[in-house]
Write a protein that binds this ligand. Structure first.
Ligand code: UD1
Ligand code: MG
Length: 454
């Protein structure tokens, strides 16, 4: 049975570290995975797993991290760890949250963003089943650097940090993920019993195992997939975590009915929404805030941000939809088309080489190749309104602010700076002159000049 419905849970998320190996001016937990700071992924998963409240322990660039957390959620409190004296010391920085009457306390790391809600739930279920302390461990081929879970006759005896371990203990491949769950009533007593007599002179959360056992508590380890517990220490690991996140997202969408012809070439943002029966071709980037409705097709090499693509619409290949774009049902934005802050009506077509910004395009309007909305005068932005059924000739410049009435036409090559009324045709270009035989005359003259030269 899931514990979420009946038991309350505090998660303590450790995010005070510097992350020196990131070689970065911003704290490690702020670096994004799929566009969202790592620590926010951890908070979201904690919420999903039924966490009631979240205590975030900050230290390095505390204010920056605190602001990011506060902007992301209302259900977290910030606790500052003034000095980095170890993971147990960090949890105790949140002492005033831990003293509240939750059933469970789960300790998570701000730099372990791939943890699944199910994994947290498994730890809480073990608490509900009677354990006092639960350690999440994983089996790995490369245990170097991790704390080792020392098990004897099926019982977890201790966690030995790599730096404190004997050669024999270093052979152990069952490792500490760092994630631990405690029955709330016993956590403070255990943490206050932890000493810092070890290689690093730190208060190790991992010592909760031995201290807990000495107090007669039930301490157990459960095994979780290694991938869930991957920590980010440098940018190589950040890139690995990103690619795992992307793979999980692809698989989730494929199973939900999205077709992808080259799934591994598509990049999603954490908030991308793609409905069933959408087709995605190769090499597409989804930046923040994109929704693609059922039946739409995004063709190869397109970049979308802050855009909604309506049912059955077709985008690309090589299209760029910028923030504020709303593509109506069955509309089209073809190759080398850029849109920004633009509402494209149902069935409207912008098939080639155009910029449509700060504009409204009416239903079934046809925007010819090379059409540009001249929306910016160097100081201010202005709007272009194009009515339903309008035909804009190729290479038209629409100098905003300007309105083109319903079913009007503009002739190719025109610079339209005045409003056009419904059903009118606007032509703005000079009269064409044809000179009889002039082309042949020129050809002969040039050929003769070239012959004398050589
Ligand atoms: C820790 C575990 C180790 C485990 C590994 C998993 C301890 C003593 N060791 O080691 O058993 O295998 O994680 O990745 O717990 N932090 C603070 N304040 C501090 C110290 C750390 O907030 O004073 C935060 C860090 O920002 C980080 C997390 O706690 O998010 C873990 O700290 P880190 O120094 O990375 O511990 P490890 O040596 O990796
Ligand atoms: Mg670490």
């Amino acid at each position: 049975m899931s514990p979420n419905s009946t038991r309350t849970c505090l998660t303590v998320i450790l995010a005070a570290g510097e992350g020196k190996r990131m070689a970065s001016s911003v704290p490690k937990v702020v670096h994004p995975v799929a566009g969202l700071p790592m620590v926010c992924h951890v908070i979201d998963t904690a919420v999903q797993s039924g966490g009631t409240h979240h205590a975030i322990v900050v230290g390095n660039q505390a204010e920056l991290v605190a602001n990011i957390v506060k902007n992301h959620t209302d259900s977290a409190t910030i606790h500052e760890q003034k000095e980095r004296n170890g993971t147990a010391h960090a949890v105790l920085a949140a002492r005033n949250a831990v003293t509240n009457s939750y059933d469970d306390v789960v300790v998570l790391y701000g730099d372990v963003p791939l943890i699944h809600a199910d994994t947290i739930t498994a730890a809480r279920t073990a608490l509900q089943d009677g354990a006092d302390i639960v350690v999440l461990g994983f089996e790995t081929g490369d245990p170097s650097g991790y704390g080792r879970l020392l098990v004897s006759s099926g019982e977890l005896i201790a966690i030995r940090e790599h730096k404190d371990a004997t050669d024999q203990e270093r052979e152990v491949t069952f490792c500490n993920s760092g994630i631990m769950a405690f029955r709330r009533e016993c956590i403070l007593d255990v943490l206050d019993g932890i000493r810092n007599e070890n290689a690093q002179g730190e208060f190790y959360l991992t010592d909760a195992v031995e201290v807990g056992r000495s107090k007669g508590l039930s301490v157990i380890a459960i095994t979780v997939p290694e991938e869930d517990t991957l920590g980010v220490n440098d940018r190589v690991q950040l890139a690995e975590v990103e690619s795992i996140w992307q793979r999980r997202q692809r698989n989730r969408l494929l199973r939900a009915g999205v077709t992808m012809t080259a799934p591994h070439t598509i990049q999603f943002h954490h908030d991308t929404v793609i409905e069933a029966d959408v087709t995605l071709e190769a090499n597409i980037v989804f930046a923040a805030g994109v929704t693609v409705r059922s039946g739409a097709t995004i063709r190869a090499f397109s970049h979308l941000e802050g855009a909604t693509v309506g049912e059955g619409a077709i985008v690309g290949p090589y299209a760029r939809l910028r923030p504020g774009t709303e593509m109506g049902r069955g509309s089209k934005a073809g190759n080398f088309v850029e849109t920004k802050n633009a509402k494209i009506g149902a069935g409207a077509k912008i098939n080639h080489l155009s910029y449509i910004g700060d504009a409204e395009v009416g239903k079934k309007a046809n925007i010819g190749a090379g059409t540009i909305t001249c929306n910016y005068d160097g100081f201010n932005k202005h709007r272009t309104n194009i009515g339903d059924g309008v035909f804009i000739g190729s290479n038209t410049s629409l100098v905003a602010p300007v309105n083109i009435g319903k079913n009007a036409n503009t002739a190719a090559g025109s610079v339209i700076s005045q409003n056009v009324l419904e059903n009118d045709l606007a032509i703005e270009r000079s009269q064409q002159v044809n000179l009889t035989g002039k082309a042949q005359m020129l050809r002969e003259r040039y050929a003769a000049a070239k012959a004398t030269k050589s």
